[in-house]
Design a protein around this ligand. Structure first.
Ligand code: ADP
Ligand code: MG
Length: 364
């Protein structure tokens, strides 16, 4: 067989399927775009667990007229210009891949948007599979953006569509957990999540009130009962390493803060499964099996039959974390992870044993 170049639209569909791997990633990308646009209210509406459509409405900055052509094209972003910006970038998005990939894997993508300057005139746009505008209409609207995705994967990635149809409730549950993670950490942002079934019945999953503290968000999402058996977590430590590269014996150190909440370690206060464990790195929800394992192992030394609820935001120096490891950006690379986990374990054990001893001294 001769070697040939793959045609561009096939390349686009192949790579898009790697960016938007599943329903949760699609939802995550839309919510992150709303957060990047400084929204203080975000409503996420699923139809039939997301199989029919997913709609995310925000009251953020909106999309200016001159950007409308470009936003759904590959690598068009308003957030990053050069590679070195990656070291300092604070926004969730930076690669300009989400909208373009969503266009490639959804039956349709519709965006209605309105900026402060264009208010009360909004623009309703539809994009085709390669991210080109196919229709544009002026309508009345308020500041913000609504993105509607219909029938994700249908006709575009058939195997993935079949898999989603089969497992839609499980995938939907993952979306809700992911949205809870943003709902908890985001202060001053109201997040409302609902699902409407084909029968027309609408279920509200949760909503936060734009609170100014994480504990208020925990109450909104998991209830007052959950907060009653938690204790605040506030750890601060340094990790130092000998520089591998310099000839001098000088070591450099970086300071780490871990903020959040954890179940009281006394038996009865934990949970029967590790279902509410939220890890963040610098405010970004992420997956860190090593951090989760460390929390579970430490907690279970005091309460061996249960798992902790925990919210842990690991704040590290921006230069010692790489968020661009996987297309969904959920896996982050922490430099010195082994050293960090070692110190975290010591600090966490000390903190939990202190709370155990304060409970027992109160009981006496
Ligand atoms: P990225 O987030 O990496 O820039 P995306 O494909 O997710 O790439 O979005 C492309 C661009 O579309 C963004 O840079 C932003 O300018 C614009 N955009 C997308 N969603 C919104 C939104 N909800 N509000 C305002 N602008 C948006
Ligand atoms: Mg984005």
């Amino acid at each position: 067989m001769s070697i040939r170049e793959i045609d561009l639209s096939s390349v686009h569909r192949i790579t898009s399927g790697q960016v938007v791997i599943d329903l949760p990633t699609a939802v995550k990308e839309l919510v992150e775009n709303s957060l990047d646009a400084h929204a203080t209210s975000i409503e996420i509406r699923f139809k039939q667990y997301g199989l029919e459509s997913i709609e995310v409405s925000d009251n953020g900055d909106g999309i200016p007229e001159e950007d409308m052509e470009g936003i759904a094209l590959k690598h068009y972003t308003s957030k990053l210009q050069t590679f070195s910006d990656l070291e300092t970038i604070e926004s969730y998005g930076f690669r300009g891949e989400a909208l373009s990939s969503l266009c490639a894997v959804c039956s349709s993508v519709r965006i209605t948007t309105c900026t402060e300057a264009s208010k009360p005139r909004a623009t309703r746009l539809e994009y085709d599979a390669i991210g080109k505008i196919t229709s544009k209409a002026r309508i009345a609207g308020t500041k913000g953006t609504t993105v509607t995705l219909t029938k994700i994967f249908e006709g575009r990635l058939p195997v993935r569509r079949l898999d989603l149809v089969k497992n839609c409730k499980r995938e939907f549950a993952k979306c809700v957990s992911l949205l809870q993670a943003y709902g908890i950490i985001k202060l001053g942002v109201k997040i409302i999540v609902s699902n409407t079934l084909t029968s027309g019945k609408r279920n509200k999953l949760f909503s936060t009130n734009g609170n100014s503290s994480v504990d208020r968000n925990i109450i909104n999402i998991f209830g007052a009962k959950q907060i009653s058996n938690l204790q605040p977590l506030s750890l601060e430590f340094e990790i130092s390493r000998k520089s591998l590269y310099s000839r001098s014996k000088a070591s450099n150190s970086s300071s780490i803060q871990v903020k959040g909440f954890i179940s009281n370690p006394t038996p009865g206060n934990g949970r029967s499964s590790p279902d509410r464990q939220l890890v963040y790195v610098n405010n970004r929800p992420c997956l860190s099996p090593a951090v989760s394992k460390c929390f579970n192992e430490c907690y279970r030394q005091f309460n061996p039959t249960q798992y902790p609820f925990f919210v842990a935001d690991i704040c590290v120096d921006r230069a010692s974390v790489d968020i661009n490891v996987t297309p969904d950006k959920r896996t982050v690379l922490l430099h010195d992870e082994v050293l960090l986990i070692e110190s975290l374990r010591d600090e966490l054990l000390a903190c939990l044993s202190e709370s155990i001893s304060s409970v027992s001294s109160k009981a006496q």
